[in-house]
Design a protein around this ligand. Structure first.
Ligand code: NI
Length: 199
């Protein structure tokens, strides 16, 4: 065996061991995550501004459940539909709804000013907390909730842009910890029943 081939072979085997090691590590990580759902950290501290211009922290809502949804007011379909479902679910809960704070966080702070959020929020649950902030504050909140968002290029130049975003609704406990999430197309009855079990 020439030294060149031998060196190549050694490098190849070393690379193989590295790849195998990485695969085994990843496999063990995945299976341990499945065993302990509590390890999925969704949610966390945020500092944002509500539709009345007041600074709000996630800790302001301790002692109540939170329904947290990220979107933007110019969203043509998913956001208004989802917020309407949240509103309906809270109506179905009746007086118990005072134990649940619906929270809407914009992923489009450039257009979703405090005034724009105030206007938009008036279409939904009366106690909806609509939040905006700086790009950094929004990014930090979205990151805490594992929410992805990205400004999409409009089909035609000059058209308003849209924002691709994760559309889950997160149900958070009285201690601020993640309890579960709803799909955006969940029925209001289902949502109300699931929330009701946590009250
Ligand atoms: Ni949307």
């Amino acid at each position: 065996m020439s030294p060149l081939i031998r060196n190549g072979l050694v490098a190849f085997i070393a690379a193989l061991i590295l790849v195998l090691g990485a695969l085994i590590y990843q496999y063990e990580r995945d299976s341990s995550e499945q065993d302990t759902p509590a390890a999925v950290a969704i949610g966390g501290p945020f500092t944002l501004t509500d539709q009345n211009g007041a600074t709000r922290h996630d800790s302001d809502f301790r002692g109540k459940l939170m329904l947290v949804y990220f979107g933007y007011t110019f969203c043509p379909d998913v956001c208004p539909t989802t917020l309407a479902t949240m509103t309906k679910a809270l109506e179905k809960l009746g007086p118990q709804a005072t134990e649940v704070v619906p929270v809407f966080v914009t992923v489009d702070p450039d257009r979703d000013t405090v005034a724009q959020l105030k206007l938009y929020a008036s279409n939904f649950a009366p106690d909806l907390v609509a939040l905006t902030g700086t790009q950094d504050q929004i990014a930090a909140a979205a990151n805490a909730y594992r929410v992805y968002y990205r400004i999409a290029k409009p089909d035609k130049d000059g058209d308003p842009y849209t924002v691709d975003h994760t559309s889950f609704i997160y149900l958070m406990g009285r201690d601020g910890k993640y309890l579960g999430h709803f799909d955006p197309n969940v029925k209001a009855d289902t949502m109300a029943a699931t929330i009701g079990k946590q009250l």
